[in-house]
Design a binder for this molecule. Sequence first.
Ligand SMILES: [Ca+2]
Ligand SMILES: [Ca+2]
Length: 282
Amino acid sequence: MSLVIPPLVSVARRLRASAASAPFAGATAAALAGLLCLSAPSHAAPVHVTVTVENLAPANGIAFAPLHFGFNSGVFDAFNVGAAATEPIISVAEGGSGSAWQPAFAAADPTATRGTVGGLLLAGATATLKLIVDPLLNPFFTFASMVVPSNDFFIGNDSPTRYRVFDAAGNLAIGAIDQLASDIWDAGSEAFDPDAAAFTGNNGLRTPQNGVVSFNFSELEGFNGRSTGAGYVFTSGLQADTAIYRISFEASAVPEPGSASLVLASLLGLGWVARRRKASAA
Ligand SMILES: [Ca+2]
Ligand SMILES: [Ca+2]
């Protein structure tokens, strides 16, 4: 069931028109119109946001582990290019689970709205998740997802303020975040080894790399010809400018119980005004 709420402004306008055409009811209608204007929220209300992820990579190429994300205040920074990866981002990059990333996010930004969308996302596949977000409290979007096959590759934003998806008025400012092959990170935490990589080998094995976070997609060619966990033979097929991933956003208003009852009251009030006008005309 969906609840349709007429815009307060148009209700107020109708009330004003009614006030102008009916002197008797004018005082009541004008008072109601004033009440509605006063009651219109001056802050942005929470919004429903649908997050859709899509694997745009070439067929038989890279897949993605579930996307971990959070709408947030811009303070959680999970990694830095050129620095050693820490446990939170390693929990995404090496195993896909985000088992340390989510708790670290929650600790850094307790009021963030976090989520995980999708399972293993093969080329051409999509997944969606709908949640409620406070666009003023949490205007930024931070994400991380493991690229498979790999030992420790992932996509994600280095700067926590890189993607401001809601503007200062609480309106959606970004429709989609697109990732190219050149945006893929190597966490630098696990050495390249197809036999120990997720999706082509024993993910429980690992050889420490002792490196730093850096851009790297070319190493994925090293998996060409390997059979994947999904049954296809891998071919990277990536150039630097190959589109690989899209995160898109749709926002819609969440009906506020307070506003709904206020509008209902005002509509009942309109009915009362109409009855009074009939009575006075008779
Ligand atoms: Ca950073
Ligand atoms: Ca590595």
